[in-house]
Design a binder for this molecule. Structure first.
Ligand SMILES: Cc1cc2nc3c(=O)[nH]c(=O)nc-3n(C[C@H](O)[C@H](O)[C@H](O)COP(=O)(O)OP(=O)(O)OC[C@H]3O[C@@H](n4cnc5c(N)ncnc54)[C@H](O)[C@@H]3O)c2cc1C
Length: 399
């Protein structure tokens, strides 16, 4: 039976995340953004304490034992107030921890996933390089086997939580062949010798979180830190994006809601030609389009969450949700600025921040051009879901 209602547990979670962000983040998000100051040192420990960082992992693995819809709910509520906090869920929980959950050996799960699910360690994801983003099969970071270790050398660029995370999943080329066949995935710790990071300054948005470069100078990584087989890195990276894009889509719904809330408030406050601007039909059109974006995006995210909970592959459906929701979010923030007139162009109102933050989401985790290509090639039958040795575990309620 199709059931789109939220369970009592989901509603409680939603309400508690909403209360948390209203109390802790809403009052400071705008100011931190203006000052380009990271919210992470202040807020990540609280997110950890509240169990958000491991929400979708079993309690036996240090998580909260909830499902993938719960992950989406947290993302929506966080991004409604500040996109950079949702980025933590995308990078730490989805791209890194879900990927360990999917591909990790029992030892890797014990050593890395459990402390990450508990929020004792924070993690990132290093795929993009200065010379390649959309085409990760062109990556140049190298991993050379030396006894029971690999020596990693190269640079990763545009990495979220670059100065914050303790551990990173890093993708590197083994052997000489070009293309995706010779890529492997490694768990790299910040404290390993030869590892360093540099922040990127003056970003358009996401100013309350760090993004930067990872530098790997002969970093010695033990063989037990290789995730999957030597030639499985590309598949691992793509499966990670199935988790990450889901959280980006879910977060984008939060931007749409924030934009709508701000616009609705302004519609009743601002008057022109002697009446509230909300009474003008062209303003109502903006509101209607924003709500349509919200409803469509939410359904796409619900569908992807349902597939994930069942353990059914969802690359296309998640890609669709990411593409549509991030476009609708950008459009909603843009319309909210328009509704605010000149005031929308000023930092006195939050809508310009929503737009600057939403701008990143149509680029990161696969640009929306790449999402369109993916849809086209699936629908025409040129692309089929690749067979994976390990799938992301479905949600299994714990007794
Ligand atoms: C704020 C932020 C955070 C990020 N965080 C991370 C992170 O934590 N980890 C990580 O690994 N990466 C991260 N990224 C990188 C992100 O995933 C890449 O920026 C993205 O994949 C695009 O790569 P690129 O920027 O190199 O663009 P390019 O690949 O150089 O693309 C440039 C343009 O060409 C288009 N294009 C490329 N190929 C095609 C094609 N075949 N057909 C049509 N158009 C095409 C693209 O859509 C784009 O418009 C982050 C990026 C941002 C902005």
């Amino acid at each position: 039976m199709l059931d789109l209602s939220l369970s009592e547990e989901h509603i409680m979670l939603r309400d508690s995340v909403r209360a948390f962000v209203e109390k802790e983040i809403s009052p400071i998000a705008g100011e931190f953004d203006r000052q380009h100051k990271s919210l992470y040192p202040k807020i990540i420990p609280k997110m950890a304490e509240l169990g958000y960082l491991g929400v979708c992992f079993p309690e036996s693995l240090g998580g909260a034992g909830l499902d993938y819809l719960a992950l989406a709910i947290i993302c929506e509520e966080l991004e409604r107030v500040d996109t950079a906090l949702r980025v933590v869920m995308s990078v730490h929980t989805a791209l890194n921890s879900c990927t360990l959950y999917q591909w990790g050996t029992p030892d890797q799960i014990e050593k890395y996933l459990i402390p990450q699910a508990q929020g004792k360690k924070i993690s990132g994801f290093g795929l993009t390089e200065p010379g390649c983003g959309s085409d990760p099969a062109a990556l140049q970071t190298r991993a050379v086997r030396e006894g029971d270790d690999y020596i990693l050398t190269g640079n990763k660029m545009w990495i979220s939580l670059s100065d914050t995370a303790d551990n990173f999943l890093v993708f590197a080329r083994i052997g000489k062949e070009k293309g995706h066949q010779s890529i492997a995935a490694f768990i790299v710790e910040r404290k390993m010798e030869g590892f360093s990071s540099n922040p990127i300054h003056d970003k358009l948005g996401l100013r309350t979180g760090d993004t930067g470069e990872l530098i790997l100078q002969n970093v010695r990584v033990p063989i037990e830190n290789r995730l999957g087989e030597e030639n499985e890195g590309f598949k691992i990276a793509m499966s990670a994006l199935d988790s990450g894009r889901f959280t980006v889509a879910a977060g984008a719904i939060g931007t749409i809601r924030a934009s709508l809330e701000a616009a609705i408030k302004y519609c009743s406050e601002r008057k022109a030609f002697g009446k509230q601007i909300g009474k003008f039909e062209l303003i109502q059109e903006h509101i209607a389009e924003m709500q349509a974006g919200y409803d469509i995006s939410q359904l796409l995210v619900f569908k992807a969450a349902w597939l994930k909970n069942q353990g059914i592959r969802n690359t296309r459906e998640t890609g669709m949700a990411k593409w549509q929701a991030t476009n609708f979010a950008l459009d909603a923030a843009n319309r909210a600025i328009q509704i605010h007139g000149a005031y929308g162009y000023s930092a006195d109102f939050p809508v310009e921040r929503y737009w600057r933050n939403a701008r990143a989401n149509t680029i990161l985790e696969g640009t929306n051009e790449i999402q369109k290509l993916l849809q086209g090639s699936y629908i025409l039958g040129y692309r089929k879901p690749s067979v994976l040795r390990r799938e992301l575990p479905p949600y299994t309620p714990e007794t």
